[in-house]
Design a protein around this ligand. Structure first.
Ligand SMILES: CC(=O)N[C@H]1[C@@H](OP(=O)(O)OP(=O)(O)OC[C@H]2O[C@@H](n3ccc(=O)[nH]c3=O)[C@H](O)[C@@H]2O)O[C@H](CO)[C@@H](O)[C@@H]1O[C@H](C)C(=O)N[C@@H](C)C(=O)N[C@H](CCC(=O)O)C(=O)O
Ligand SMILES: Nc1ncnc2c1ncn2[C@@H]1O[C@H](COP(=O)(O)OP(=O)(O)OP(=O)(O)O)[C@@H](O)[C@H]1O
Length: 601
């Protein structure tokens, strides 16, 4: 197993310890500027060396040094620092070449761009040298690695990547929980926050752009971080954001519908994710192989990495039903032909909100575990995290010791199945695609005949095909469906709601579900409506925005935190009692529109 110092051995640079996963010491300082996300002691690389690395054409500068020392890389002028190479990339809205003058004003000593950007540079009278490459985005990772990458003398930083449609954030927190319990000083890059050993910084993207990723890894090394877990989105793989990084272990959670606006089809979406499981990007792979996409990924990984580098995990079985992979029930056909080491989950039992389970591996090795995270999908996340740590070099006996640490597989993941109230059981979750919504609804349904109320919407400017699907799922699995707004971005929110409602109506009319379906906006009002309708034995799920604290409407960020709104609404109702759904005021009020009647008794 990797040898780690105890997290408590070292003082945190720049902060007091807090709740960060895996025992990384952090402080709770506010979001930092670009400089705070860079190493304090950057290396200086001559521009000529960078030019040779990517075989770029060079246009000499008209002033300053012919071969300046480059100490950083940026591809957005808001993050450009003195000494940077500014990568002026073609974008979906405009060309980064328009911002070269701003980059030079911010201290950029050179520019990397494509021929169109070079023309823009010439027109703006740029004085610094310009490197011209036909596909600059494809070489930014290699350049960033040269500038920010590890020196031969640096301590090892073990890197764990998680990809998949759902479960990335949760699995990275689980990995860091285990590594932290083993004494590692952990770092994190993902949707919620970035932990680089110093301050915790709220995230903007799930996977930042390549220069920032490489700078963050350098910062982690400076802060003595020796293991880091990172979410790798399909956007990241398509946009070359992790180029130049070879992860020790890459994990695959699942592939279900999302992001078809970018990828076009599920096969293309798969192909984007599959890039992670190649020798350029990882040494070992752990793949959740329960379904077609998982099995395809396992075979792809074995083809590219060799079967010895692959671990397959089967969790199987219906939600909260009999475990599909009980060792006593004999071999499962899904295991046939899976490459590499095979592990499966067995002895699955409910324990409080979470589950106990056993992982059975090659030669009958058994690991006994418990996660307090709700929903069977979190067993999959927890099992994947355990096997990724194993693939990273920790032997089963050491892992079993870690699994004895109370709640080691129950990290607090903000906005993921986060319980806000108990009577009614009220949960905020980040489910914002069809599969996640199914699983979150299944995990929230009350056991004892209470009703399930759902508040959700769909995001604007993103995969529109999932909107009616999510409406349909909502009407199938919830008793009261309140359709509201998510982040509309630049789209008309009413149009988005209409698409979601169309799916809900289809389930009600064509499939005969008897549900209350309402359209209520703004979102805070929808949350209050759900709370007003709920009885103490019911459950409320507010899905889609999880930890998010801003709602983006036409370029303006409006403060909105589902957790706060739900807590406030519950407090208010606690003072005056709940109204049963059929007694509640059915008349539309402030954007509320009741679409269907007849909730089940
Ligand atoms: C669709 C997408 O991923 N777009 C990314 C892309 O933006 P773009 O091509 O539209 O950029 P643009 O506005 O046309 O500008 C062109 C160039 O000029 C630069 N620029 C622009 C303005 C300026 O003042 N200065 C400047 O330097 C930009 O950095 C860019 O390189 O390049 C930008 C610069 O890096 C990214 O910030 C931007 O991500 C946007 C913000 C985004 O929302 N991306 C999402 C969809 C995303 O990546 N999501 C995935 C996770 C999804 C999930 O799993 O749920 C993620 O990893 O976060
Ligand atoms: N293994 C899983 N399978 C299906 N759904 C899951 C799984 N894990 C989590 N979910 C659902 O997906 C939501 C998002 O979980 P999480 O943030 O861990 O995933 P993610 O892949 O990081 O998502 P995103 O890329 O959107 O940030 C959860 O709130 C839950 O509803």
């Amino acid at each position: 197993m990797p040898a780690y110092h105890s997290a408590s051995d070292e003082a945190a640079p720049g902060g007091t310890p807090d709740r960060s996963p895996g025992g990384a010491s952090t402080s709770t300082a506010p979001p930092a500027g670009a400089a705070a996300l860079r190493p304090a002691h950057p290396r200086a690389v001559p521009l000529s060396e960078l030019r040779a690395l990517i075989d770029a054409e060079a246009v000499p500068g008209s002033a300053g040094r012919a071969d300046p020392a480059v100490t950083g890389v940026s591809l957005n002028t808001s993050q450009t620092l003195p000494g940077d190479l500014y990568a002026a990339l073609p974008g979906t809205h405009r060309h980064g070449g328009q911002f070269i003058a701003d980059a030079v004003d911010a201290g950029a000593v050179a520019v990397l761009t494509d021929p169109d950007g070079a023309a823009l540079a010439a027109r703006s009278g740029v004085t610094v040298p310009v490197l011209v490459h036909p596909r600059p985005r494809a070489v930014v990772g290699a350049l960033s690695h040269r500038v920010f990458g590890p020196a031969a003398t640096d301590e090892e930083l073990a890197l764990y990547a998680v990809t998949g449609t759902n479960g990335k954030t949760t699995t990275t927190y689980l990995i860091n929980g285990l590594l932290g319990a083993a004494g590692a000083r952990t770092g994190l890059i993902g949707t919620i926050e970035i932990l680089a050993g110093g301050t915790a910084v709220p995230s903007v993207l799930t996977t930042p752009e390549a220069p920032q990723v490489h700078a963050l890894l350098a910062l982690m090394r400076e802060h003595g971080v020796n293991a880091a877990a990172m979410e790798v989105s399909s956007h990241a793989l398509s946009y070359h954001r992790v180029d130049g990084i070879r992860f020790d272990v890459a994990g695959f959670t699942n592939l279900t519908q999302d992001h078809l606006d970018l990828h076009g089809s599920m096969s293309e979406y798969f192909a984007a994710k599959a890039q992670l499981f190649t020798p350029e990007h990882c040494r070992r792979a752990v793949v959740l192989a329960d379904d077609h996409w998982g099995r395809a990924m396992a075979h792809h990984a074995a083809d590219r990495l060799g079967a010895d580098a692959v671990t397959c995990l089967l969790v199987g079985g219906p939600e909260d039903g009999a475990p599909g992979m009980d060792a006593a029930s004999g071999p499962d056909l899904r295991a046939v032909d899976l490459p590499g080491a095979l592990w499966h989950v067995t002895d699955l039992t409910r324990d409080g909100l979470g589950h106990r389970f056993t992982l059975v591996g090659p030669a009958g090795v058994r690991l006994h575990a418990r996660t307090g995270l709700p929903g069977r999908f979190n067993v999959a996340n927890a099992a994947l995290a355990v096997l990724m740590v194993h693939a990273g070099g920790m032997d089963p006996a050491a892992i079993q010791d870690l699994l004895e640490v109370p709640d080691v597989l129950t990290p607090q993941v903000p906005g993921r199945m986060q319980v806000i109230g108990t009577a009614p059981h009220a949960v905020v979750d980040f489910a914002h695609n069809p599969d996640a919504l199914v699983r979150a609804l299944e995990a929230t349904r009350p056991d004892d005949g209470g009703r399930l109320l759902l508040v959700f919407g769909a995001t604007g400017d993103r995969d529109a095909t999932k909107r009616p699907l999510m409406g349909q799922i909502a009407a199938r699995l919830a008793d009261v469906v309140i359709v509201t707004d998510d982040d509309p971005h630049d789209e008309d929110p009413a149009r988005i709601r209409a698409a979601v409602l169309a799916g809900a109506h289809r389930a009600v009319h064509d499939e005969g579900f008897s549900r209350v379906v309402e359209e209520v906006h703004p979102r805070a009002e929808a949350i209050r409506r759900a709370v007003a309708l709920a009885r103490p034995q019911d459950s409320i799920l507010v899905a889609g925005r999880g930890h998010e604290v801003w709602q983006e409407v036409k370029g303006v960020n409006l403060p909105l935190d589902d957790r706060q709104e739900l807590a406030a609404a519950l407090r208010q109702v606690g003072d005056r009692g709940n109204a049963p759904v059929d007694e509640a005021d059915p008349a539309p009020r402030d954007g509320r529109h009741q679409e269907e009647g007849n909730t089940p008794a």
